[in-house]
Write a protein that binds this ligand. Structure first.
Ligand SMILES: [Zn+2]
Length: 466
């Protein structure tokens, strides 16, 4: 039974067609309530994500979408909520194009942790998050954030499909269920070494670099199994297929990835690929993946200009995840990895090679977008990623990386990533000027998703109805 203010809506006396019509109306009304509040943000310094700056302008939002972005004051919009952003900066909502939001048992996480953690994304300014490996039951998170049951960013979710068999005749995880919580080479099933069960960060056991780099070909997965896995991911309603490229000598990885990419296209299901070395990135490019979800942190692109050209000319967006291999420090000065365990010094070359490779690819014209590959609190992740990005990128570059290019890394650039008429009204209001000090993006006061204010720390005086 569904009740309205006027009583029971679903009445046994109604005919089937009446019922369907009523259900339709109820659906439209429900969506309308969540998204229809028109909004005007005035007196803002606007960084629209395309590189353009409006020193004092206004954004009008109608029906969840951006209606106009222009200097000066707009004509009155009857019934709209007005936010006076005087002295503040307005930007497109931030996008983390590589996260692992769901940790541990999915059902438990959804019940206990999801609401708090999703609020953390909104408070940090994130309006879209790509969940890079999602168990099928994790699609419930996307559903709940879409319906408004959980206030959170838009979730787009990938299902993992392996490129090769595990050594010793074992099978990879074909269906994408029970996926590893982090995107690691071990998840491919071709890893010679695996992290201790449930402990530590799998990036510590990085099979992409010696001495763990595979020296034997991995076994092939039958094409029919891969085709079935793509079909299953499409039927489950995933947004992407995630793959992990660690090429083995003479192994089947490129061929399998090609098959996944082509099968995915039949279902309108793009493929995204983990590759953390120059060699594996080139293999993923050869196979025609849709998105490279890491910088090649391993290998020197300064010594391989042909590789730079090949990667960039493929026109595949790349996601940063640049902070992973740069040490963090505890209050008592212990160098830490992203799992807060001691820093693995065998990965330290990546602290230099990652940023250098990123800048070389940028100079050659790649679309380089923000992503962290963390499960840490979003604001903390943002601060860490900024620390890495600022080594080789200007504040202006980083604004593009965090917005327009991150949208490209989700393949949703038609709807997201810039403040332009027709796009979804995903907007953040920031205290400060990120073009002067990029760390000001940590000072988010208001987050709007699809025209709905979901997080707001503005003083009451700054918000009024008119
Ligand atoms: Zn990952």
């Amino acid at each position: 039974m569904v009740k309205t203010g006027r009583g029971v809506l679903f009445d046994q006396r109604r005919t089937g067609s009446q019922l369907i019509a009523l259900i339709g109306l109820a659906f439209v009304a429900g969506v309308g309530t969540a998204a229809a509040q028109n909004l005007v943000i005035t007196n803002a310094r606007i960084l629209d994500g395309t590189g353009k700056v409006i020193e004092r302008g206004a954004i009008v939002v109608r029906d969840g979408k951006i209606a106009s972005v222009a200097p000066g004051n707009p004509a009155a919009v009857p019934g709209a909520r007005v936010i006076n952003a005087r002295g503040m900066t307005v930007m497109p909502g931030f996008i983390d194009a590589h996260r692992h939001p769901i940790q541990g048992n999915t059902a438990e996480w959804l019940q206990k942790d999801a609401a708090d953690q999703m609020r953390g994304f909104l408070e940090a300014g994130f309006t879209t998050v790509l969940s890079a490996i999602t168990p099928e039951e994790g699609l419930e998170l996307r559903k709940r954030t879409e319906s408004g049951l959980i206030k959170g960013p838009r979730i787009v979710a990938a299902s993992l499909i392996p490129l090769a068999r595990a050594p010793g005749g074992g099978r990879g995880n074909v269906g994408g269920r029970g996926a590893a919580p982090l995107s690691v080479p071990g998840a491919q099933g071709a890893a010679p070494a695996a992290p201790p069960a449930g402990r530590g960060d799998p990036a510590r056991f990085d099979t992409s670099r010696p001495p763990l780099r595979p020296t034997e070909p991995a076994g092939a997965i039958p094409a029919e199994d891969t085709i079935k896995a793509v079909d299953a991911a499409a039927r489950a309603g995933f947004d992407y297929i995630k793959t992990v490229m660690t090429i083995t000598p003479g192994g089947p990885e490129i061929e399998t990835l090609r098959l996944i990419v082509n099968e995915g296209k039949k279902h309108n299901l793009p493929t995204i690929t983990h590759a953390v070395t120059v060699m594996d990135t080139l293999a993923a490019v050869d196979a025609g993946t849709g998105v490279l979800v890491h910088t090649p942190h391993i290998g020197r692109l300064d010594e391989d200009p042909a590789a730079v050209q090949k990667i960039v000319r493929a026109g595949i967006p790349m996601t940063s995840t640049l902070a992973i291999f740069i040490p963090h420090f505890s209050p008592d000065n212990v160098p830490l990895f992203r799992d807060r365990l001691p820093f693995p010094w065998n990965t330290i070359s990546s602290a230099g090679q990652g940023p250098v490779n990123a800048r070389l690819l940028w100079e050659a014209g790649i679309s380089y977008g923000y992503g962290t590959d963390t499960s840490w609190p979003p604001k903390e992740s943002l601060r860490d990623e900024l620390r890495a990005l600022t080594l080789v990128f200007s504040p202006k570059d980083i604004v593009t990386i965090l917005t327009k290019n991150a949208a490209r890394s989700t393949l949703k650039q038609d709807q997201l990533g810039t403040l332009e008429p027709g796009k979804l009204a995903d907007i953040v209001i920031i205290n400060g000027d990120p073009l002067n000090n990029i760390y000001d993006v940590l000072n988010v006061v208001t987050t709007v998703k699809g025209g709905v204010v979901l997080s707001d720390k503005t003083a009451p005086a700054a918000t009024r109805k008119r």
